[in-house]
Design a protein around this ligand. Sequence first.
Ligand code: C2E
Ligand code: SIN
Ligand code: SIN
Ligand code: FE
Ligand code: FE
Length: 381
Amino acid sequence: MTPISCSPWDVKPQLEALHRNLLREIAGIDRIAAALYDPKTDALKTFVHSTDGESPLAHYDALLEDVPSLGELARERRPRVIDDLSVFAGSVHEHSRRLLELGYRSSYTVPFYDNGILAGFLFFDSRSPALFTTSVVEKLRVYGQLIALILLHGLTSLRTLGAAVRVASRVTHERDPETGAHLDRMSRYARLIARRLSGSGGFTDEFVEYLFLFSPLHDIGKVAIPDRILLKKGRLDDEEFELMKTHVLKGTGIVDDILGELGLESFPNALVLRNVVLRHHEAIDGSGYPDGLLGNEIPIEARIVAVADVFDALTSVRPYKEAWSPGDAFGYLHDRAGAQFDRECVRALEAEAVAAEGIRLRFPDEGRWGRQSREGYTPDL
Ligand code: C2E
Ligand code: SIN
Ligand code: SIN
Ligand code: FE
Ligand code: FE
């Protein structure tokens, strides 16, 4: 296996750009480094780093066998937080000693994988002790995924952005009561609607595929919503719902950051992604959020995703509700067609009711958290 398709000088500017961006969200991450693993020789080598300040650290070049603490992370597929590196003061590991000498005090280490095989580690280091709290680690996950993808595939094209988007959306929904199956279903409902509409002379195949690719990212902004709201068993009160509504603007901020970092803002299909995230809770009669847009002011991709998302939300279990029958969900959409929902989009899904039922049965929920448990999550690319 040759996991790396790009050289350090290709990816270094991208890593540095992501690092700058990350510092705006989380101050105190002074260094990001990646080490790559070669399974044939068991060698672990520093590949690229982005360091705020002087003295680049001596390169990491070891056999994984000789660094049992990292070997354990790799086997158990879990990240590691060290709140105070001075526990390694007497370490036999030259590397840990050097980190400490250079003033680093806390670290977060994540193994990453290519097709299930260990491909390397990401190291986030800080000069502040105990920087890597649960909420910081949560924010780092999306960045960790992107960095791993940049390293493994070289993020140069929109196709690779698609891969990043798929992985990032899995990360997003890890904390979310919605499972991966929700994303599988709702993106397919969206595609059904879009295909049906394109029959009446609408969109290109390319648009339909991008919509399919991007629609699972509609709720990426939920990463910014606290658990007490996101996982609340009962109804949200007004204040909680106001906070929940910010997920569309938070999500748009994340999308803009990612597109900006990758230099893809001006790519036309990037706007499809942005509109899906920003506009999926707008309503035809202007009663939606965040801006109360009316009718055709709402981009068609968002009108499609709104119908797909609500149909799936209604027919699924949530912490705050039981699953509705497909018949009840169709009735709900039908009653609100022309008011909340785009009439044509509702009609398209109704016309595809048999296919929609096939999708619903093909992607059942796997359990509350989907495939991965919350604590044990490790990027698996
Ligand atoms: P979600 O669970 O993915 O739901 C997406 C959309 O489906 C909702 O957007 C709403 O339009 C529709 N929907 C879902 N469940 C129901 C339902 O039982 N009845 C009706 N009439 N519509 C439903 P909305 O309302 O803007 O909510 C956005 C997100 O806010 C939801 O995403 C969910 O994460 C959260 N949320 C909304 N209401 C509650 C609640 O009462 N309790 C909790 N814990 N979360 C809520
Ligand atoms: C490196 O930075 O060279 C890899 C190891 C680490 O930072 O802990
Ligand atoms: C070790 O070297 O065993 C742990 C410290 C590190 O490299 O981050
Ligand atoms: Fe949403
Ligand atoms: Fe959703």
